[in-house]
Ligand binder design. Structure first.
Ligand SMILES: Cc1ncc(COP(=O)(O)O)c(C=O)c1O
Length: 445
């Protein structure tokens, strides 16, 4: 039973500690324990916990101007943050791109879905409405975002409420859906989009949404060379927009401001959330490239969509303060060496007979646990291996992010590691030690 009885919890059967303080890469609970936050909670806390400058900037903004409705006013912090994000984005966002701020990642996905639909209406293509996506993906928990998500377990209870717009194969070399190997596969998983669009309903396709590195659902699966470029080429050829969901991978998590910058593609829309305000405020953003903006400017000029709290002055002030902190401490540049130190520390786990793969990019790493290392066969999901690892690591004082379903939506166990960019080499060693101990408890033989 829950130890709190007024809050509606995520799980009524779990006892959770009460978090009271955060500092750097550490969280402290009311019962006197401290935890090393190896997952940045859920890949959120990029700059670390308890940075006083952020709270000060938010307090200052809220005493100056806490709220003004976006149908009546613009606000300076939102405009400033929008310009800074566009300057970090790929070139097609820099001249004439715009940013739509939301209160989180799911709202960003919802906004993109409607933006794409209206874009095609503005261009006179009223048949286009389907947003295609991949199996085993996650783009948020609201109904539109779940419609484009491909995670079976999260969709299952809500199936009757969800439209079916089409999902293609995931890009997941460790469990290739075509049982092929790169490069002999010739990127069959990318061509799956083309095959789908040869179908009779191709004229209703509006966009394709993908995570450049698949975070939660596949445990930091990085696409092979050429995948994203092939996908971008198919989208252009078929007249549909490309949406990069960078809610988890954006704002430096992979070592560049946006993960697509490793892959050399220019999507039409980029979604941001999580790290944009590093957990200090609920904030998300939709970066809209110049070609999409132009369709609205030359068309009706009015986007039929809105949230009361969009472009919130205090939330965007938090975003600006986080970016100031990143710039002052050169934190984007810190990701690559910190990731190298963490990967080096984790290398000792690789030989464990139930560690299938350690993968990822920058400070977004996944560790997949398998029953049989030679065949990559997963444990039955009823064994809840990932959560057992989380629990054992937590007993050692290290927080991880466990998920099941990477193989087929239900089976497949992994944990995500996404620590703050300030993680030290000593802290990385603590993470590896805690996981070694967790592995020996969960797999005693
Ligand atoms: C890739 C991706 N998109 C969207 C979301 C939804 O974001 P939020 O939980 O802020 O609504 C998430 C959350 O985990 C995510 O990982």
């Amino acid at each position: 039973m829950s130890n709190y009885d007024a809050l509606f919890p995520r799980n009524f059967h779990k006892m959770l500690p009460v978090a009271v303080r955060g500092e750097g890469s550490w969280l402290f609970s009311a019962d006197g324990r401290k935890f090393l936050d190896a997952s940045g909670q859920a890949a959120v806390v990029n700059i670390g916990h308890g940075v006083p400058e952020i709270g000060r900037a938010m307090a200052e903004q809220s005493s100056q101007l806490a709220f003004a409705h976006t149908s009546q006013f613009h606000s300076a912090p939102a405009e400033k943050l929008a310009a800074r994000l566009l300057a970090l984005a790929p070139p097609n966002f820099r001249n004439g791109g715009r940013v739509y701020f939301t209160s989180g990642g799911s709202e960003a996905t919802e906004t993109a879905i409607k933006l794409v639909r209206q874009y095609h209406l503005e261009k006179g293509q009223s048949a286009r409405y389907r947003i295609l996506s991949r199996h085993q993906s996650y783009h948020g928990s609201t109904l539109g975002a779940m419609t484009v998500s491909g995670n079976l377990a999260r969709r299952a209870p809500y199936q009757p409420l969800l439209a079916e717009w089409g999902h293609i194969a995931p890009c997941f070399c460790y469990h290739c859906p075509f049982e092929k190997t790169f490069p002999q596969c010739h990127l069959a998983c990318a061509d799956d989009l083309d095959f789908f669009l040869e179908g009779k309903e191709a004229d209703s396709a509006a966009a394709f949404i993908f995570e450049p590195v698949v975070g939660a659902t596949l445990g930091a699966a990085v696409p092979p060379e050429g995948y994203a470029a092939r996908i971008a080429e198919i989208c252009r050829k078929r007249g549909i927009l490309l949406i990069a969901d960078e809610v988890m991978t954006g704002m430096g998590r992979t070592g560049k401001p946006f993960a697509v910058q490793h892959l050399g593609v220019e999507p039409d829309i980029i979604l941001v959330g999580k790290g944009i305000a590093s957990g200090y405020a609920p904030l998300g953003a939709v970066l809209v490239s110049q070609n999409v903006v132009e369709a609205f400017e030359k068309g009706t000029g009015s986007f039929k969509h809105g949230f009361t709290y969009q472009a919130h002055p205090v939330a965007t002030a938090a975003g600006n303060a986080v970016l100031d902190y990143i710039e002052t401490h050169n934190l984007f540049a810190r990701v690559a060496p910190a990731a190298q130190a963490l990967s080096a520390a984790l290398a000792q786990l690789q030989s464990h007979h139930h560690v299938g793969e350690i993968r990822g990019l920058g400070l977004l790493l996944g560790i997949e646990f398998v029953r049989d290392k030679s065949t990559h066969a997963p444990y039955d999901h009823s064994q809840v291996i990932a959560d057992k690892i989380r629990s054992a690591a937590m007993e050692e004082g290290v927080l991880t992010y466990p998920i099941q379903g990477c193989v087929n939506g239900t089976s497949g166990d992994h944990i995500l590691l996404a620590p703050p960019f300030i993680i030290t080499t000593e802290e990385s060693a603590l993470i590896a030690e805690a996981l070694t101990s967790a592995l020996s408890k969960v797999f005693p033989n």
